[in-house]
Each structure stands twice: as structure tokens, then as C-alpha cells.
Design a protein. Structure first.
Length: 179
């Protein structure tokens, strides 16, 4: 008769591995969520909505679908007008580029909107090879590495949603790159 201890239980090992991954990924994820929250607050302020402003509910008790995105788009348009940049010129800029964030921050400054959003970092042309578990950038990516992430994302294989591959014993993926 074999006696399994709690330490040998495969479910315990799997749970320990998941907790370990969460501990490594969580700081990067929380940092990203905080930056996204600051960005949304800037756009809402530009749209004339103070933090905590409640949108009116429909008779059904729900928000109108897409209403939040419309508010953010309205705020973006206000910032673009204040910065003197057309929407077409803005959209021609690289997505999440420093160039785009500089335009939005210039619009905020002209309107007197104070923000703690630092803007987006400058990404190299093909993005950054990033440690999947820590969320930290390692180095500029090559075209081949960017393509590798895209190929993995499009493969529909189990786990492919991460776009990650193994390099030097750690999972990495390319953040950014051509849009």
C-alpha cells in the first residue's frame, strides 16, 4: 500500500507552481493596470468627467454598450484639438508611441489638466523582448522575434494566447512592435 503525503500530491505541486507564477507576474500586471487607470483618468478629465462621475443608467439598469469607450474617445479628441493635431495625423503615429503620448500630454497642459500619467515609453521598431513572468523588458526585439510572437499568437495552440517562447530558461515574448 502506497501512502501519498500532501507534499507528493500532484494537485499541490500544480497549485504551488501557479502561485509561484502569480507572484512573479503580479507586480508587472499591477503596474500596467495602474498606468492604464491613469490614462483613462486623463481622458475622462478631458471629456469633462470628474473622477467618480456616474453615467446615467438606462431603464434596464445597465450602461449603454460602448458608452465608456465613447467617453474616452471624446476626451482624446479634446486633447488632440488642444494640441493642434488632427485625428488623421494622430492615427498615423505608431500605436502607444512616445510621439502619441507627447501630443496628448501637450493637449492636457494647454487645457490645464493635471495628470500623473507619464505617457508611453518609446518602443523600438520591432518592440521589446519582455520577460513573461516578470513583465520587464530585456532588450530590443528583432523582426524575427516579433514575427515569432505573432506566429505563436496566431497558432491557436494551447497556451498560445501569451505569444511566449523559451529563451535562456525563461519565457519571453515581444511587447509592442508594428501595429
Amino acid at each position: 500500500m502506497t501512502v501519498n503525503t500532501y507534499e507528493d500530491d500532484p494537485r499541490r505541486k500544480r497549485a504551488d507552481a501557479q502561485l509561484d507564477m502569480i507572484e512573479r507576474v503580479l507586480p508587472g500586471l499591477l503596474g500596467t493596470l495602474e498606468l492604464n487607470s491613469r490614462y483613462a483618468r486623463l481622458l475622462r478629465a478631458a471629456a469633462g468627467l470628474a473622477d467618480g462621475t456616474e453615467r446615467p443608467l438606462r431603464a434596464s439598469g445597465h450602461y449603454k454598450p460602448g458608452e465608456g469607450e465613447q467617453e474616452l474617445n471624446r476626451g482624446r479628441q479634446v486633447l488632440l484639438r488642444a494640441a493642434g493635431v488632427s485625428r488623421r495625423a494622430y492615427e498615423a503615429m505608431h500605436r502607444n508611441s512616445k510621439e502619441r503620448s507627447d501630443v496628448l500630454l501637450a493637449g492636457a497642459a494647454k487645457l490645464g489638466i493635471e495628470t500623473d500619467w507619464p505617457g508611453w515609453a518609446e518602443y523600438p521598431e520591432w518592440g521589446l523582448v519582455t520577460d513573461y513572468n516578470r513583465g520587464t523588458p530585456l532588450r530590443a526585439a528583432t523582426r524575427g522575434e516579433w514575427q515569432r510572437t505573432q506566429d505563436i499568437l496566431e497558432s491557436k495552440a494551447p497556451g498560445s494566447y501569451t505569444g511566449a517562447w523559451e529563451e535562456d530558461g525563461r519565457a519571453v515574448y515581444v511587447e509592442g512592435g508594428p501595429s
